[in-house]
Design a binder for this molecule. Sequence first.
Ligand SMILES: [Zn+2]
Ligand SMILES: [Zn+2]
Length: 378
Amino acid sequence: MSLENLRQQVRGELEAPPGLRRFGSGWFSGVLGLILGIGGFFLVVSLRAPGQFSLPEVHALHGRAWFRIVIHVILLAAFVCSALSLALRRGKLLGTCGLVATLLAALLGGSRATALVPDPSPVFFGLDFFVLNVLFTGLLFVPIERLFAHRPDQPVFRDEWREDLFYYLVSSLLVQVLTLLTFVPAKTLLAVTHLDALRAWVGALPFVVQFIAIMFLTDLVQYWVHRAFHRFPALWRFHAVHHSARRMDWMAGARMHFLEILVLRATTVLPMFVLGFSSMAMNSYIFVVYLYSTFVHANLGWRFPWIEKLLVTPRFHHWHHGLEDEAVDVNFAVHFPLLDRLFGTYHLPKDRWPADYGVQGHPVPTGYLAQFKYPFRR
Ligand SMILES: [Zn+2]
Ligand SMILES: [Zn+2]
């Protein structure tokens, strides 16, 4: 069996029709075993070459016993799930692949693996960040999406899930360059302005006030940058990539052109970084916005009758992604719908959801590389 053939067959298993995915078929254990096996393998690789494949914040945890236990539990769970799938499932592919990944991780040293390459290199790829990212958000959102789905018949491995997962991979691996470039404008602005008195005052405000102020200021900047991306054709070609998602779920939000990620982050961190908010408030906000942006794209049918007037919910942002005419250029805010009310772009019909998602005429090609090149094409 060629590698390409193997890949196609694994994909076929993951995207198996509902009848072959039902409880007791070994599908669920097989998928979990495969994901944990590959994730565990990547984590062990980052233990082996931390300078190259580990986020410095995660690298700092390598000496902690609990971190090693977490990796050990991941590998153990991968083994048990894969074995269970082998016992239950007629097709042995998922179980075998999960087992092979787990064994490779064990051969590399498993949870006790130590660094082979001691010198930290100046450039690293966030391989462990990718694994922790996907495992954390996936394990958090997939179960609640299954329980409270807006579209219950949309499977986890829906159309174009591989493309969206690849977006996760790229922005996690390139976290170093993204972070570095994100802060260039903010640091420059900070260096040329003299806001010491204001910064001291802002930094001394109560945490809750700082947090809400960051949320509001960031959303205000985000609103207008986002609106500009819709307004100007040259910018829209970049942002159209984000809107090309035709299925909404926890993975769909990751789809964003690399340059748009940079512009959006670099502009939204400006008020937060320059005005002198405490690092506690900034870090808390960064963590919350990371979950929040996943949440608003999620396939979640929850109704929040009066919360949705104050805070952006999945239904509000799903309307932003709607295919129909009434959904074009509405709901730009990501935290406070108030901004859309103020600036005349609010659209939240009572109890209705958009029928479909995407860009009218579907001009954006599929695939990461084609989408990367799309805005530059004549
Ligand atoms: Zn948009
Ligand atoms: Zn979106």
